[in-house]
Every structure is written in structure tokens, then in C-alpha cells.
Design a protein around this ligand. Sequence first.
Ligand SMILES: [Zn+2]
Length: 319
Amino acid sequence: MEDYPRDLMEFEARFSSEAACRDYLFGLRWPEGFSCPRCGHRKAWPATGKLFQCAGCDYQVSVIAGTIFQDTHKPLTLWFRAVWWVVTQKNGASALGLQRILGLRSYKTAWAWLHKLRRAMVRPGRDRLSGRVEVDESYVGGAEQGMTGRATEKKALVAVAAEADGKKIGRIRMHRVPDASAASLLSFIAASIEPGSVVHTDGWPAYNGVAANGYVHEVSNLSRESGSAVELMPRVHRAVSQLKRWLLGTHQGAVSVEHLDYYLDEFTFRFNRRTSRSRGKLFYRLMQQAVAAGPSPYKDMVKQVRGRKKARIQDIVHT
Ligand SMILES: [Zn+2]
């Protein structure tokens, strides 16, 4: 049963105490009822803080161990408000905005929280796209005039797949790819699209293997410089231009290329649920995935950037 607050009033009434938040996490972690990881006993009592104690063997289990909230010293009530705020902001949340609304002293904490939540936005084993799907790649930052298919250090090449839903866009998938080679693009397609679907691409030779990989390949041959790709694959191009606006707007372009994939995950999470009228349901989804996703300590999140020159999207975005 999906259990979530429907609006801000319900949210505030329900999650006003640590115990209420802890109980909610308990329900998400053990939807079939508690089972002690040590002895398998099915009953537990609330202990101190974020702990529950097994009624069989007295083993103490933390509701946040093994989740994205692991090791946090902050109150769960604050975390819950962060999640609520993230899902109710139409255009997403910036670290500065989150810091302000929660009254967090450090920007670093707000930044880390948002990154932890982004890691929970992709559900492992989610369904692949199906039906009729447009696929193309785009430089986030926009290709410079005359530049085609060649990455430079500062540019991020993003592969994009967009389902057709009549004239509208269904679901999308986006991922950074190292280059526009057949190996990169075909593995993006395999990970993102159900075999048997119609995959619509332009005539870029790297897509030649699409049919051999079990898809119905529809090719529109056109010169890449002509600009008519926008008309032939309108859905991909609409999604990409929204992505660029979002990076520049909500995040003011302050996104490092190394972290771009996580922003793509957030954009995709929001985009694919843009028509969902219930923010409460989004809250429930994200909490559910936050509990299922493993912890990602701050030092691991910054490690991938350390020692490398930070390329910022703002240096390269040019729409
Ligand atoms: Zn036990």
C-alpha cells in the first residue's frame, strides 16, 4: 500500500517529530514487516534515536543504515523536509536554495544532500523505453559552429532517447557518453531501449548496428549541419533544450562535467513524472528509492573530481 502525505498540510502534521520520521522509514525498509538481520525475528521495538531493537535477540538496527541517510547527524525531520522540497519544486532544487529553506549552516551539506538524493532518483532495474523512440546525441554546451562528432575536454556529449507518445514525448533517458562511436551509442541504446522497439536516428554511421542489435531501425538521412534534425527528431531536441535551460536556470550553469550524470538523472526523474499531479506520490517514490539506494559518503562524491581540472558547464553552454 502506498502511504504518503497528499499536501504540505498533511506533510507537516505527520512528520513533525523524529519518531514519526523514523517510523515512516521503518515501514519503507520493511514493507512486509520487520525481519531481524541477525536472528530473523519478526518483532522490533523503537529504541533510542534512529534505532530499533529486535525483540528476539536485542540486536539494534538503525533505520538509516545502508540507505542514503546513513551516518547523518542531522535530524530526520530536516531530511524529510529536504526531500519534500526537492519533489515539490517544479524546476528542481539548487544547493543554495536548499541551504536557505532549511537554514543549513553549510553550503557543502546542502550540496551533498542533493547529490545523495540524485543517486536515489534512478531506480535499479527500471523499465527500458519502448514503442517508437528517437535517439540522438548532443553536446551539453551546444556544439560550436562547424564542430561535429568531436569531443573536447570541456564538452560533455550526452546521448538522449525520447519515446514518442503521439506528437508528445513519453519517457526519456539521458546519459553521458565518452564519444559518438558505435560502441558508446549502441550500448546506450541497449541499456535504455527494449529490443523490438523502433529506434529512429539520423544517418550517423555509428548507428549502423542498431538493426543488428534487435531493433527496427528507422533512419533519417540528413546533413548534421543543416539544422533540420530539430524537425525530424523534435522530441529529442525539445528534451535537450529543456535540459540546457534547466542547467542554466536552476543551477546557473554551476555543474561540473564530472557530476553531470547525476544532474541528468534528476532531470530525467522530473521530466518523466512531469504530468504526475500528486507531489506526495513523488515524495513516496523518492523516499522508497532513498531507502533502497546504498550510502554515498561525501568523500566519495568529491573524489571523482579531485585532481582533475573542473570544467564547468557555464564555460561551455552556448545555446
Ligand atoms: Zn534478532
